[in-house]
Design a protein around this ligand. Structure first.
Ligand code: NAD
Length: 235
């Protein structure tokens, strides 16, 4: 049986584009980090086995940049919506800008730069914040610490939970994601027929069925949308 729609619930699916105006490079932009690095070398278990030093250096740099960045008006507007709504953010981002903006319910389906872990799937996670991981730093199971990032070919986190949230939302906002990475891109289709469904992106893209496409910068569109939604709630 499908979950009931909660009229007071907003679910946001965010991607790299929401952090672009904070100065963090996106995945596929022409200046994107992945254009200058082969992803097979940096974001895969094979790359890690071949050259852990290079992988650690890459993520240490991503973490350093993310910790220097500040939440932008889009992150802040989503946090402000919590004044009147239950807001759940499902993010593909590995930065912590949603949390630093004040969002309380954030599911990091592709992992988090803020954590390190050992090699096995059951290995303990360690909160490292903005600190780098060095070769030789071990988990208590004796294995080398790696970033707690979901690499290509690895299983995403919180999928069932994310699906249940999106299926019970009255409003679904998809922002800053090209919807090119599966299975997370498939979550959009779990939004309900009667839910208000909005897609915000800078580039033209194929919009999923039932979504209204608003093309432009997240830092401009999301605060305006949040104002409208807060006014609707009488806040
Ligand atoms: P993507 O790079 O594939 O797509 C980015 C999308 O954001 C595009 O649709 C683009 O039009 C849009 N965009 C760019 N700038 C925007 C802006 N200012 N306002 C609104 N939209 C904007 O990103 P993705 O779909 O998230 O790619 C998936 C992977 O990239 C994720 O797995 C994620 O882990 C990884 N990633 C994360 C970060 C981060 O944590 N900040 C950064 C780079 C990559």
């Amino acid at each position: 049986m499908k979950a009931e729609i909660n009229p007071n619930k907003i679910v946001v699916l965010s991607g790299a584009g929401i952090s672009a105006e904070s100065g963090l490079s996106t995945f596929r932009a022409s200046d994107g980090v992945w254009q200058s690095h082969a992803w097979q070398e940096l974001a895969s278990p094979e790359g890690w086995r071949k050259n852990p030093q290079a992988v650690l250096a890459f993520y240490n740099e991503r973490r350093r940049q993310a910790w220097e960045a500040q939440p932008n008006p889009a992150h802040l507007a989503l946090a402000a919506l919590q004044d009147a709504y239950e807001v759940v953010i499902i993010t593909q981002n590995v930065d912590n800008l949603h949390e630093r903006a004040g969002s309380k319910q954030v599911l990091h389906v592709h992992g988090e730069l803020a954590y390190a872990r050992g090699q096995s799937a059951q290995a303990k996670r360690y909160l490292i914040g903005g600190a780098p991981i060095s070769l030789g730093q071990l988990c208590e199971d004796g294995t080398q610490l790696r970033p707690d990032i979901v690499w290509f070919g690895e299983e995403v986190q919180y999928y069932a939970e994310a699906q249940a949230h999106i299926a019970s939302a009255a409003k679904v906002l998809v922002v800053g994601t090209s919807l090119a990475v599966f299975p997370i891109a498939g979550l959009v289709k779990h939004a309900r027929y009667h839910a208000q469904k909005i897609l915000v992106a800078l580039d033209e893209m194929e919009k999923p069925w039932g979504y209204t496409f608003m093309r432009g910068k997240a830092g401009e569109i999301v605060p305006a949308l949040a104002q409208t939604w807060l006014a609707q709630a009488g806040a």
